[in-house]
Design a protein around this ligand. Structure first.
Ligand code: FMN
Length: 381
């Protein structure tokens, strides 16, 4: 199987599975507990159907959107994800370059493996910085200052990870940073030597957003301990309101799921929210973002930009979310599997297929711009 044989999400996933050692594939593919929410995130899009219109003159399609003050050439962006150079040695560099090629936004994680400054300098396309809130307020200020000086366009504070989700696949393989593999996990690395050769022949693994502030070297601090010891479980609305004021720019809360929280986010001055359950990786049994979208758009959509992510695999999923009122839609595993499959060429192929699907689907829906999509286009089963 080659990259040119990949025509959809499932093909990229299959190729990624062939290329990655099992523990790394399962880190990407896995989710919390019984992974019910993970499955439902995608299944939720099947609850309703698109109702197309015909004969509307659809030769020229404009799928651009303006969201969080950024003009995006397509309504799909790359959600921030951790540890990308583990998945392919090009990591965030590949994702940033592919996002720039398609004129869309990409998020850089606090647990990213390339520095936000390097990525900012390399690409003009909108860049979001995903932030975790630390107990040490001085550290929060220093990191925000650094992001401001680095030229980050959107601050994205993740609020659904107040504690780590229960990822049982990782417990079985021993996936953690630094690696603490089980015997079975080690064997799975041994049978994928190409990954190991790539890993050791490229730049040393690091977490540049954190390395300056936290000693992650030589096993001094694991990511698990970073979450339990350094992040602040007492984070409150007042803390976030203070951060919003200090940032004084586009500020987006990622991981909002209730109408009440969406209202509160608008009240404290957030300019956007991402309805998200972290790709089902945190609270299993929680609702799918697509299922929460309509009521949240109705409550705050006239005041702030409502985005969503979770389970998106197809152009039609994106069109359904936009029809309900989302301003843009994030993807995670969709570009991670393609990154793992073939680096930058993989992500470019995935985003290219998504753009082609969107264009085709908009034509078949009878609309030439995103603003023509509405709830009239949808019927629930
Ligand atoms: C491997 C992996 C790592 C992730 N790392 C982060 C992260 O560091 N910060 C964050 O806010 N979200 C993170 N996410 C969640 C994504 O930003 C996004 O919400 C989720 O992947 C969307 O679901 P999808 O994968 O079904 O598209 C991660 C997701 C995956 C799959």
């Amino acid at each position: 199987m080659r990259l040119r044989d990949c025509h959809n999400f499932h093909d990229f996933r299959k190729l990624a599975k062939r290329r990655l050692p099992g523990p790394i594939f399962n880190y990407i593919d896995g989710a919390a507990d019984d992974e019910v929410t993970y499955r439902r995130n995608t299944a939720s899009f099947e609850r309703c159907d698109l109702v197309p219109n015909i004969l509307r003159g659809v030769e020229a399609i404009d799928m651009s959107v303006t969201v969080l003050g950024q003009k995006l050439a397509m309504p799909v962006y790359c959600s921030p994800t951790a540890l990308q150079r583990l998945f392919h040695h090009q990591g965030e560099r590949a994702v940033g370059a592919a996002a720039a090629k398609f004129g869309t936004m990409f998020g850089v994680s606090s647990l990213g493996t390339v520095s936000l400054e390097e990525l900012r300098k390399a690409h003009k396309t909108p860049q979001a910085y995903q932030f975790y809130f630390h107990k040490d307020r001085g550290l929060n200020s220093a990191m925000m200052q650094r992001a401001k000086e680095g030229g980050v366009d959107v601050m994205m504070l993740t609020v659904d990870s107040i504690t780590g989700g229960n990822r049982e696949r990782d417990l079985r393989t021993g996936f953690s940073i630094p690696f603490r593999l089980t015997l079975g996990g080690m064997l799975q690395f041994a049978i994928k030597p190409l990954w190991g050769i790539n890993y050791i022949t490229h730049e040393r693994f690091k977490l540049p957003q954190l390395d300056e502030h936290v000693d992650m070297s030589g096993g001094a601090m694991s990511i698990g301990r970073y979450f339990t010891e350094m992040l602040d479980p007492s984070m409150s609305w007042n803390d976030v309101a203070e951060m919003v004021r200090a940032w004084n720019g586009q500020f987006c809360l990622k991981g909002v799921m209730s109408v009440a929280d969406a209202r509160r986010a608008a009240e404290i001055g957030c300019t956007g929210i991402v309805i998200s359950n972290h790709g089902g990786r945190q609270l299993d049994g929680s609702r799918a973002p697509f299922d929460q979208l309509a009521e949240i758009v109705d409550a705050v959509g006239d005041r702030i930009d409502v985005l969503m992510d979770g389970g998106v695999q197809r152009g039609t999923h994106v069109l359904k979310a936009l029809s309900l009122g989302a301003k843009a839609v994030g993807v995670g595993r969709f570009y991670l599997f393609s990154l793992a499959a073939a680096g930058q060429a993989g992500v470019e192929r995935a985003l290219g297929l998504m753009r082609t699907e969107l264009e085709r689907d908009m034509k078949l829906m009878g609309c030439t711009s995103i603003s023509q999509l509405s709830r009239d286009n949808l019927r629930y089963r």
